[in-house]
Design a protein around this ligand. Structure first.
Ligand code: ZN
Length: 444
């Protein structure tokens, strides 16, 4: 039975806000609630219609694609198979051609975003409000797979904004979190003492849902198990952003006394896929995202390619996101027609450590790097408890401001005993597998 607040939020507050501000979150959320149960053919048809419209938009109004696809006629792209022959878009392309990737016809507001690059190449891009409303509607649908509703108390074991926020922005964030009933706790610096403090706040808050980076969930679960504490009333746990292995799932589920739902997303597209109650792969948000793999499924894991169907300001077509996976189009026992990602590899981020015994999730690094505009590519290696070494390919020398942000974020997470040394390089060699490793911890 959803709480009174959830019902008020879903049926009254958010619809009123959306009407007043001309926003589409509520409309998309309703649509997605229905469309997830469509048969696969109907979903495929919808997806192709949206893809085709986006391709046409790209051909007509995006200088980058007009150049890249020279020699290909729009009329030649008649089927998904034709589309699958178009060349792939890479992070490096986005960075080199950001301006030309913008549509000349889009008149709405573009919101600037960045990713620190879980594969080591930070990327800057734009999204539109229309796309943002699709994305948040997708996120909420994935969260709803847990059975929890919008506005139910949710604890986030997450990161904090980089740098110093102005006072008004702090208020805005706080108001949003209260409105949505979210308690967001920074877990980029982990120690027994921190976990104890988080437990006290969490017990007082009484969350129904817990969302976190896998390394944060794992750290907190281990603390709960070791100290024989419980966090009563949790109905589900949502994991994000890192590969999840069976022992971690078991540990987290036992410590929280609730099932774990894995999700897959990225800063470029937000929510991409999430597990349903059957926990057999992750359902792709395929009304908003066309997800392909470079090779068909029987060939095994291959590059995941994303087409972002509703960002008309800066269209991403067949973007290699840097992960490798396997797609499964067979029906899921839950009855949803959405395809699934059944295996995902990539995002190998080692845990880092501080001299004072704190544990720092590798996610800290891309989280901070998204705000350092000079860095084109990087890798951070921990050489001792007191020293981190960053190899970085830079567009220009680091500014005073960037260097300050880096130092202060490192000190926040590690304490003042750990120093970050930056070494400018012209290239960062890949692993034999072709993948990049973003953080390399001390040998266990
Ligand atoms: Zn399912």
């Amino acid at each position: 039975m959803p709480s009174l607040y959830s019902r008020a939020l879903e049926n009254l507050l958010l619809p009123a806000h959306n009407v007043a501000r001309g926003r589409d979150f509520v409309r998309h959320r309703k649509f997605l609630e229905t469309s997830q149960w469509w048969p696969p053919e109907k979903l495929r048809e919808f997806r192709w219609k949206e893809t085709r419209a986006l391709v046409e938009h790209a051909f007509r109004t995006v200088p980058y694609y007009q150049k890249k696809y020279a020699g290909i006629r729009l009329e030649d792209i008649r089927t998904p198979e034709d589309y699958a022959r178009l060349p792939v878009l890479r992070r490096e392309d986005v960075n080199a051609h950001r301006a030309e990737l913008r549509s000349t016809a889009y008149r709405g507001k573009l919101i600037s975003h960045a990713t620190g690059g879980s594969s080591g190449v930070p990327t800057r891009f734009y999204i539109t409000i229309e796309s943002y409303d699709w994305r948040t509607a997708c996120t909420e649908r994935v969260y709803a797979y847990t059975g929890c509703r919008l506005g139910e108390r949710t604890l986030f074991l997450w990161g904090a904004p980089v740098g110093k926020l102005p006072e008004w922005k702090k208020w805005k964030v706080k108001a949003f979190e209260t409105f949505r009933r979210q308690l967001v706790i920074n877990t980029f610096s982990q120690s027994e003492e921190k976990w104890r403090e988080i437990l006290t706040r969490a017990v007082r808050y009484k969350p129904k849902l817990v969302v976190g980076y896998i390394s944060s969930l794992e750290g907190f679960a281990r603390f709960l198990a070791d100290s024989k504490h419980k966090l009563p009333g949790v109905r589900a746990v949502i994991a994000a952003a890192e590969p999840l292995f069976p022992p971690t799932r078991a540990l987290v589920e036992k410590a929280f006394g609730a099932p774990l739902f894995n999700t897959y997303g990225s800063r470029e597209f937000m929510s991409i896929a999430g597990e349903c109650e059957n926990h057999s792969g992750m359902h792709v948000n395929s009304e908003n995202i066309l997800l392909e793999t470079a090779l068909p499924a029987p060939a095994g894991a291959s590059d995941i390619l994303v087409t972002d169907l509703h960002n008309y300001g800066m269209p991403f077509l067949r973007y290699a996101i840097g992960d490798v996976g396997v797609l499964d189009d067979s029906p899921c026992a839950c009855g949803r027609g959405l395809p699934r990602i059944v295996s995902i590899e990539g995002r190998v981020l080692d845990v880092l450590r501080s001299a004072s015994g704190r544990v720092v999730p590798g996610e800290l690094i891309p989280h901070v790097m998204k705000d350092i505009p000079e860095v084109l590519e990087y890798r951070v290696t921990q050489t001792s408890l007191e020293r981190l070494e960053m190899e970085a390919v830079l567009s220009t020398e680091l500014s005073e401001k960037s260097r300050k942000i880096l130092d202060s974020e490192i000190h926040k997470a590690f304490g003042s005993g750990t120093h970050l040394e930056i070494r400018r390089v012209s290239e960062i060699p890949r692993l034999a597998s072709g993948k990049r490793r973003v953080t390399i911890g001390l040998p266990a």
